[in-house]
Design a protein. Structure first.
Length: 642
């Protein structure tokens, strides 16, 4: 699930008025925020996407205005942390100049009930009416001017994607103090609120929209307990087929480009160690990760299309039944689905869960969902396990294996949640789960492009920071201590033979010592010291495993690094002379990466969300042990079948 952090906003101008955007999920609130501020906060079609307070600065003719995007909520009676955020902000009345209440015109009756609650804060308030075009399309109508008179508030109709509405809104927020206020605040008693809302709707000449017949017909199939679930899994299967089939040619071109640059660096840089640093660390290591950019981009294209069409909210509804078997509910699926992009926003999204026990159980399960950081590792290992040509007609064997790994991760996440729910204990009572089904819509091209660009930019930022630093450190460990000609000759190595020198240096490096030191732990899984170094280095970021193998292969044979990995053999021990990357060992590695929590950032966020190191340490330990045991089982099973 594409759940990105919004880019850091500009520093808040001192003395600038602050306005909060409030509204129910799916009302178009975050889209307005993006249009006003230019920040790309996450938008989605299910409750609980915006689980943090995002703010941005809007430049107006009268000066800057700070706009704060609050989590979507249906009520100001909080039952979850994200709803508590909204209630807390509205209590800070002295810090806000006004409130913009975003109301979906197709759900105006419910929106008025929420508006009545918001007005109790006593702040200047204006209403932004969204989806008016959809209301009309479905045979409904509302007179915005009459609605404004009935409420005693400014009502501004806005159609998503239209520039005029955003500009009108930009002018509106200049002076909240001049907004009209009703002579009487709406009532608080539920029965009185209902009567008040009916009176307002009559005055606004409101006609409810007809049910969306197209959405109804599609939901009859897509939400069916049997057919809907089958279509969901078929959609996901085709999803992963596409990742391999479409992205493979692009990956090949990028790979060839970095290989050419590596050869050029070796030829052009006269200093041997510097040439090795540039060619083997920067180009082979970092380039070995960058070649997977097409898969990352395509992954987020597909997710954004499913999300923008409204289908992912249906997936959450379907999965609610499955989540119930683990003692969780549909909101937990939203958090777990977010973890397919990265476990960090997935763990943060657990704030939408009302129960503390559910939050802990979901956090412990989130790292098992297959995040995008695992994708380069999976693609590399699957490529060594089966050739691209293998398949069944149009079905790619590589895509089928990738789908299987995602299913294994999801099933394991469910099992983990079930286990921790029973260890921690059940909640005293179930709390309501609201799931609104938005109409099916064509995904907006701009939204899809922004989602993909943000994902690619985050990947590139990671490659040029954490992975680059780890790659340089690994290069040093793989090449130190430096060897003189006398030592090389004494060891029987010709100093003029670059491949032989690289192999000797690699085999006698600091990294080799570390890899061999942990050898007894991983030897039962079929790993050799070079794989061990990759596994240890992946604690910085999973993708570093790929850059480690890229460096090892490039140092051994710069011209044919792919062949090096395929033919790499154990150098010592009982398996000396045997190939390292056999089907059983590759299977063990794949399964190990399904389970191992190799992400320090995830542990840090888990610590922040739980307020203790207890749960992060438990997660690291239980997933590490599970990874080893499951990898050993996978190796044994594939070995027996081979």
């Amino acid at each position: 699930m594409t759940h990105h952090h919004a880019p850091a906003p500009a520093p808040t101008p001192v003395g600038a008025p602050r306005i909060a955007l409030v509204g129910s999920p799916n009302a178009g609130k975050t889209t307005l925020f993006n249009g006003l501020t230019g920040l790309r906060a996450k938008t989605g079609n299910y409750p609980g996407v915006t689980v943090a307070r995002y703010e941005g600065v809007v430049e107006t003719d009268a000066g800057p205005v700070v706009v704060e995007d609050l989590p979507g909520t249906y009520s100001l009676d909080p039952i979850s942390p994200d709803e508590e955020v909204v209630a807390a902000v509205l209590q800070e009345a002295d810090q806000l100049a006004g409130l913009l209440v975003v109301v979906d015109a197709t759900n105006l009756r419910r929106g008025l009930g929420f508006l009545a609650q918001v007005q109790q804060a006593g702040l200047p308030t204006a209403v932004v009416l969204t989806f008016v075009d959809e209301l009309v399309r479905r045979g409904g109508r509302v007179d915005a001017s009459a609605l404004s008179r009935a409420l005693g508030l400014t009502v501004l109709p806005v159609v998503a994607g239209e520039r005029r509405g955003v500009e009108a809104l930009r002018e509106l927020i200049v002076d909240p103090g001049s907004w009209p206020a009703p002579p009487l605040v709406p009532p608080t008693d539920p029965e009185e609120v209902t009567g008040w809302a009916k009176s307002v709707l009559r005055s606004a000449h409101f006609t409810a929209p007809d049910p969306d017949s197209r959405t109804g017909r599609l939901d009859g199939v897509l939400l069916h307990p049997v057919w809907g679930t089958l279509i969901f899994f078929l959609t996901m299967f085709l999803f992963f087929q596409t990742i391999f089939v479409v992205a493979a040619p692009l990956q090949g071109w990028i790979e060839a480009g970095f290989a050419w640059l590596g050869d050029l660096a070796r030829e052009s840089i006269p200093v041997r160690w510097l040439a090795s640093l540039v060619a083997d660390a920067l180009l082979a290591g970092v380039g070995g990760v960058l070649v997977f950019l097409p898969q990352i981009a395509l992954l987020f294209v597909l997710i954004s299309l499913l999300e923008g069409s409204g289908y992912l909210s249906r997936a959450a509804y379907l999965m609610d039944r499955i989540m119930a078997t683990a003692g969780l509910e549909g909101r937990a699926f939203v958090a777990l689905l977010s973890s397919m992009a990265c476990a960090i926003p997935g763990i943060m999204a657990t704030r939408t869960l009302p129960s503390a026990r559910d939050r802990i159980a979901t956090m412990m399960a989130a790292p098992l969902m297959t995040c995008s950081a695992r994708l380069p590792v999976y693609v590399l290992l699957i490529g060594m396990l089966v050739p691209p040509s293998m398949g069944w007609g149009p079905v790619s064997a590589q895509g089928a294996i990738l789908f299987g790994l995602y299913v294994l991760g999801a099933a394991s996440a469910m099992t983990s949640a079930w286990f921790f729910k029973r260890v921690i204990g059940r909640s005293a009572a179930g709390l309501p789960f609201y799931m609104e089904m938005p109409s099916y819509r064509w995904p907006r091209l701009r939204t899809v492009l922004i989602s993909v660009w943000d994902a690619c930019r985050a990947f590139l930022r990671k490659v040029t920071s954490i992975i680059l630093l780890a790659t340089i450190v690994l290069w040093a460990l793989l090449n130190l201590p430096l060897r003189g000609e006398a030592e090389l000759q004494a060891a029987g190595v010709n100093p003029a033979d670059e491949v032989a020198v690289a192999a000797y240096v690699l085999d006698n490096s600091v990294a080799a010592d570390v890899g061999r030191a942990v050898g007894p732990v991983f030897e039962p899984l079929g790993f050799d010291w070079r794989v061990n170094v990759g596994v240890i280095s992946s604690l910085a970021a999973r993708e570093v495993f790929v850059s480690t193998l890229g460096q090892v292969a490039s140092a051994s044979d710069p011209d044919n690094p792919g062949d090096v990995l395929a033919s790499m053999t154990h150098q010592d021990g009982p398996r000396a002379g045997e190939r390292v990357f056999t089907p059983p060992t590759i299977a063990a590695l794949l399964v190990f990466f399904v389970y191992a929590l190799q992400c320090m950032s995830t542990l840090a966020v888990m610590r922040r969300e739980t307020g203790t190191w207890r749960w992060p340490l438990i997660a690291f330990a239980y997933l590490g042990v599970t990874a080893w045991v499951m990898a050993w089982i996978a190796q044994a099973l594939v070995g027996a079948l081979a």
